[in-house]
Structure formats: structure tokens, C-alpha cells
Write a protein that binds this ligand. Structure first.
Ligand SMILES: Nc1ncnc2c1ncn2[C@@H]1O[C@H](COP(=O)(O)OP(=O)(O)OP(=O)(O)O)[C@@H](O)[C@H]1O
Length: 469
């Protein structure tokens, strides 16, 4: 094969044209002498249009109209040999400004004679757009987690609001306890997004959704070769949450090994990636949630007492819906408003009989169950008021659990957080449901009135892959 030296002009031009960065050169009079392909793309000027013009062509905001001297010899790059890479704008051929980083360097020959000036241009348009979308997403999350979006006027909920406000302005570890569907995740989001610490990320990890090994790697990250399939280094969720908050949902499901690991993180505020002994400092706020009674678990010996006390520095208990029935009408109108917007309907409310039933129901699935009941009614309702007949059968007939064809159990009392609903279903039942719902776990959860997390748990238990193979 014939090899080319780097100083072969043809070869050099081709190298310059493969660069993602824009690159152009000037002579000692500031006249453009070369213009690579990326420069054509960024500026809109073809090489033949640019070459022969002066560098004023791109009207760089750093020089043009400010300090750009008429005489190139007075330009900073000639005087200092280079200019610092800085963010600025250049003007596109079509007249709009493009955010870039511009770098310039003077090239001299061995006798000190100026050969020319080499300038590179990094286009920041895409980066700026990503940043803008990230800021937009952050604004949306902040809006979604506004305190005003947590509906409730009951005294017990006022206590929760007070706790959210206090927790929002501190970095203390928060433990949120309450039955499934009571709004624990909503509370965690409100604490993060309504305080002084909302500029960092909120990273949520469901501790029951992964096996111990996967959870360890998810939380702590790993280095290449740490285990089969670890093809490259990977940051864990603790590191991703650096400067922000990590929300560990279903903390009661942690294995004893993961409990010790978490305890160390809380105490030492540093982590080690799996397969590596280097310690990395992290600045995170920890929030955890569980529908289990953690104190009871410590008494049974399944949850470490030291970890429990480390977690419950700032405990928040979210009460079940049946203990704050006065919130039901407000929640109902909130979900109706949401439904009207989503489905472009104009449902005005619930008729007397329907509302009476909603007020009487036990709501074992709490607010999630109420939200689902209203969604169900939206599908069936053909007047401007939801009626008793529009409600799901388990609400209408006051069954604590839905009749879905699965074997059902009665609620089991498990301590101060009340009942734990368990739907007994076989692996085959779940596979069938997954197929029916196109492997949408949230939809399966809706059908059996369980959280998506519970569906995950069953999938994990029965070694069902998370995606259809
Ligand atoms: N007070 C509330 N006002 C409005 N919506 C609520 C409220 N509480 C909960 N919700 C809604 O109910 C649903 C369940 O809430 P969330 O996921 O926060 O509950 P959870 O306690 O974290 O459940 P799980 O323990 O199953 O994870 C969500 O759609 C949430 O937006």
C-alpha cells in the first residue's frame, strides 16, 4: 500500500475535511487561505466563497464591532501568539448567530516568520439545545412536583405539607413511610423540587426491581471487567445523584448485604464502584421510602436497626386515604380535571350515589386506586356526571380487591401501616397478562390494581425478563 506523508497537501486537506470541528487559516494580513468542510457546514459559506475574504466574514462577536482592529497586526493573536478558547458567536451566512468556541493560534516558521493563523471553531448549537431541553425538563418536573399538585386539606395532610416544607430546606436524610399508592414518591419529589437544593438531579432507584447484584452495580457503578458483561466502566446512580438527591424507593426490600453497603454510604459519604477499590466522595441527599413498617422489620431482624435510625433522621408518614376521607372529593375533582384535559371531555363531577360510594370505599390501593377508578369511569361515562355504574366493580360493590380471575387473598394486618394487599397470581397468569398488555408493566399493574413495582417484583421472583425476549 502506498503511504502518504502528513505534509502531502492532498492528504492533509482530506484530514482537515474529516474533522468535526471547523478549521480555517489566515495569512498575516487576515485573509482566509483555507476553509475545511465543517467550516462550510457551520458558517454556510463554501470554501470558494470564504477563501480570499478577510476573517471579518464570520463577524465573530469576540472581535468584530468591539476590538477588531482594521490592521491584523494589532489583533491579539498576532501580538500574543494565541487567543484563549472562549464562548462567542459567529454570524451564519443567512444572518443568524451561532454559539461557538473559537480558538486561534499563530504559526511561525523556524526563522520566526509568520506562516499564518490557524483558527478552530466548535459549534455549540446542539449542546445549547440539549441544555435548553434539560432546563425545560427540569422546569416541567418542578411544576409537576409543585406542592399545589399534592391534593389534600385534611389535618393529617397539613402535617405532611409542613414536613415537606421543613425537609425541603435541609439536607437531612428523609424516610417516607406509608401504604402503597399514598403518594410517597410525590412527597419525595416535592421535597427535592421545593427547596434550596433543587439545582442538582433527583435520581430515583427502585430497590425491589433488581436482583442484589444488579442493584449493587446500578447504585455503585462498576469498572470494566468487574463481572461478565461489564464491557466498560459505568457510573452508578449514587455518582449520578452527586450534588442532588437520591430517592431509594422500596427500601424495605434491601438484602442484608445491600443494607450494610448503604449504611457505609450514609456514614462515609463515599462509594467504590464494583470491581474497584478507589473511594469516590459523593455529596448527596438521601431520601428513602417504603410501604413496609421498617421498625417492625428491625424487630423481626430483617432490617438493620442502625440503618433504620440513620434513615429516619427526618421521618414522614403519609396517611392512607381511608384516614383522610375528607380529601376524597378534592382528589376526585383533581383527577376529573386531569381526565378532561387528557381526553378532551367535559365531565363536571360525580353524582350523589357515586360520590357516596367513593366516600365509603376502603381504598386499599389508596390514591392510585382512586385515580384508576376515575380513569375507568372516564371510559364508560356517557353523561356529564360520573355515576355509580361507571365505577369499577370492586369499588361499586365494595370489594377490597378486583375480580380479575386471579386467586385473591384477604388483606393481612401488618402493623401500624394497616393492610397489605396481596394478589395471588401464577407465573403463567402474569405472562398472559404481560402479553395482553404488550409488556407494559404499568398497564398490568393497573389491571391488577397493583403498583408497577409489584409487577416487577413478581417478574423478578419468577425470573421473567423485564422485556419481551
Ligand atoms: N395527594 C395527592 N394528590 C394528587 N395525586 C396524588 C396524591 N397522592 C398520590 N397521588 C397520585 O397517586 C399515584 C400514586 O402515587 P405515588 O406513586 O407517589 O405513591 P407511592 O406511595 O409512592 O406508591 P408505591 O408505594 O406503590 O410506590 C400517582 O399517580 C400520584 O400522582
Amino acid at each position: 500500500m502506498k503511504t502518504y506523508q502528513l505534509w502531502n497537501v492532498n492528504f492533509l486537506n482530506q484530514i482537515l475535511d474529516t474533522m468535526a470541528e471547523g478549521l480555517f487559516t489566515l495569512d498575516d494580513q487576515g485573509v482566509i487561505t483555507s476553509w475545511n468542510r465543517s467550516m462550510e457546514k457551520i458558517s454556510g459559506y463554501l470554501a470558494q466563497q470564504a477563501v480570499g475574504n478577510t476573517c471579518r466574514l464570520i463577524q465573530c462577536s469576540r472581535c468584530f464591532g468591539q476590538t477588531c482592529p482594521a490592521d491584523i497586526n494589532k489583533c491579539g493573536v498576532i501580538q500574543h501568539g494565541k487567543t484563549e478558547a472562549k464562548e462567542c458567536f459567529i454570524r451564519h451566512k443567512d444572518g443568524y448567530d451561532i454559539p461557538v468556541i473559537k480558538n486561534a493560534r499563530l504559526a511561525r516558521d523556524e526563522n520566526g516568520q509568520i506562516l499564518g493563523i490557524v483558527e478552530t471553531i466548535t459549534d455549540l448549537t446542539e449542546l445549547k439545545q440539549i441544555k435548553k431541553s434539560a432546563e425545560e425538563a427540569q422546569r416541567k418536573l418542578k411544576k409537576a412536583y409543585r406542592l399545589g399538585n399534592i391534593i389534600g386539606k385534611s389535618i393529617v395532610m397539613q402535617t405532611v405539607f409542613d414536613a415537606i416544607r421543613s425537609a425541603a430546606n435541609s439536607r437531612a436524610t428523609v424516610l417516607i413511610q406509608g401504604e402503597s399508592g399514598t403518594g410517597k414518591e410525590l412527597v419525595a419529589g416535592a421535597i427535592h423540587y421545593n427547596g434550596n437544593n433543587d439545582s442538582g438531579p433527583l435520581i430515583t432507584v427502585n430497590c425491589s426491581a433488581l436482583s442484589e447484584t444488579l442493584l449493587e452495580s446500578e447504585l455503585f457503578g462498576h469498572v470494566k471487567g468487574a463481572f461478565t458483561g461489564a464491557h466498560r466502566d459505568r457510573k452508578g446512580r449514587f455518582e449520578e445523584a452527586d450534588g442532588g438527591t437520591i430517592f431509594l424507593d422500596e427500601i424495605g426490600e434491601l438484602t442484608p448485604y445491600m443494607q450494610i453497603k448503604l449504611l457505609r454510604v450514609i456514614q462515609e459519604r463515599e462509594i467504590e464502584r464494583v470491581g474497584e477499590s478507589k473511594k469516590r466522595k459523593i455529596d448527596i441527599r438521601i431520601m428513602a421510602a417504603t410501604h413496609k413498617n421498617l421498625y417492625e422489620l428491625t424487630q423481626q431482624g430483617t432490617f438493620r436497626e442502625d440503618l433504620f435510625y440513620r434513615l429516619k433522621v427526618f421521618p414522614i408518614h403519609v396517611p392512607p386515604l381511608r384516614e383522610r376521607r375528607e380529601d376524597i372529593p378534592l382528589l376526585v375533582s383533581h383527577f376529573i380535571k386531569k381526565g378532561n384535559k387528557r381526553e378532551n371531555k367535559n365531565i363536571k363531577g360525580v353524582d350523589t350515589q357515586g360520590m357516596k360510594r367513593l366516600m365509603e370505599h376502603l381504598w386499599p390501593g389508596n390514591i392510585r386506586e382512586l385515580e384508576n377508578a376515575i380513569e375507568h369511569a372516564f371510559v364508560i361515562c356517557n353523561s356529564n356526571h360520573i355515576q355509580l355504574a361507571d365505577l369499577p366493580v370492586e369499588v361499586r360493590e365494595n370489594h377490597a380487591y378486583p375480580q380479575t380471575g386471579f386467586e385473591l387473598t384477604r388483606p393481612v394486618q401488618t402493623g401500624s401501616y394497616g393492610t397489605q394487599n396481596q394478589v395471588k397470581l401464577t407465573k403463567q397468569d402474569l405472562l398472559t397478562l404481560l402479553e395482553e398488555c404488550h409488556w407494559n408493566k404499568a398497564e398490568v399493574g393497573r389491571r391488577i390494581q397493583k403498583s408497577r413495582t409489584s409487577v416487577w417484583k413478581y417478574m423478578k421472583k419468577w425470573n421473567i425478563p423485564l422485556q419481551k425476549l
